[in-house]
Ligand binder design. Structure first.
Ligand SMILES: [Mg+2]
Length: 278
């Protein structure tokens, strides 16, 4: 069998994709406060040189992720959007339920429960801008929901429990994030990760994340990297940390991301020299 250009031979099996990197965005590849990713440029360039797809995996919408992919030179790579509810760039349009169906379920709830939840779709653009601190175009992309609905619970705690119970009975699950309560028909980053692996068939996987909604992904990868985030409590010890399969960065955000990825590429023998450099 002829090897395709750029193919590598590993332990008797042939694959053209040596590695896929799955990465969370906020607090991981993007700085927690400034959303800057510049410090990760050297590692992103090293991954591009070896043909390793970087799969952005985030609570962000497809519209937000597609924009970032273009900025980062990752256009055309698969990505995981809305916390694992959907895939970006998949020909099959894989995903869990759809946003219109989710809104219909919401509107079938008793009015006193429904009215106390204010979702992004219920809000004018200016309200989403105020709540998120995003400029107009970015807020519009955050409002472009395909699967899930983030929002605020404006009622009391007992109403919130009744709201969540009523949603659960309709097959809708809720996940509380740092600021928003996000409703969906389920799905985790790790569910979509399996589909991405089936698509690329890489020799190895690395996952990087900073928060509880990344745990399934970190534990499912060949190597997991917990990126330090001093803005919230550290993740508890994860399964695989004792054996070194999951590691922690000392530096936060994109600087920690860059250092960890370059070190792993070295360890795996996957570093290619930059042409015309040094
Ligand atoms: Mg994060």
């Amino acid at each position: 069998m002829r090897l395709r250009r750029g193919a590598v031979k590993l332990a008797g099996m042939t694959t053209s994709i040596p590695l896929v990197v799955f990465t969370d965005l906020d607090g991981t590849l993007l700085d927690h406060v400034t959303y800057d990713w510049e410090p990760a440029r050297p590692a992103l360039a090293a991954l591009a040189r070896i043909g390793a797809p970087v799969v952005l995996s985030s609570s962000k919408t497809a519209a937000e992720i597609t924009r970032l992919q273009v900025d980062m030179g990752l256009a055309g790579h698969l990505a995981i959007c809305e916390n694992g509810c959907g895939l970006v760039g998949a020909a099959t349009g894989a995903g869990t339920g759809d946003h219109a169906a989710l809104r219909r379920e919401l509107d079938l709830l008793p009015p006193q429960l429904r009215q106390a939840f204010r979702g992004f779709t219920d809000m004018p653009l200016t309200e989403v801008m105020d709540l998120t601190g995003l400029p107009r175009d970015d807020a519009a992309r955050a409002k472009a929901r395909d699967f899930s609905e983030p929002g605020l619970w404006l009622g009391d705690a007992s109403g919130r429990a009744a709201f969540l119970d009523a949603l659960r009975a309709r097959g809708v699950s809720a996940r509380q994030g740092g600021r928003f309560l996000t409703l969906s028909f389920g799905g985790t980053k790790a569910d979509r990760m399996a589909e991405v692996i089936a698509h690329y068939r890489p020799a190895r996987t690395i996952a990087l994340g900073d928060a509880p909604n990344d745990i399934e992904m970190l534990e499912a990868a060949d190597t997991g990297v917990i990126v330090s985030n001093p803005h919230h409590a550290p993740l508890p010890p994860l399964h695989g940390e004792d054996t070194g399969r999951i590691i922690r960065t000392d530096r936060p955000g994109p600087a920690g991301w860059n250092k960890a990825v370059l070190a792993l590429l070295d360890r795996l023998g996957l570093q290619k020299e930059r042409q015309g450099h040094g």
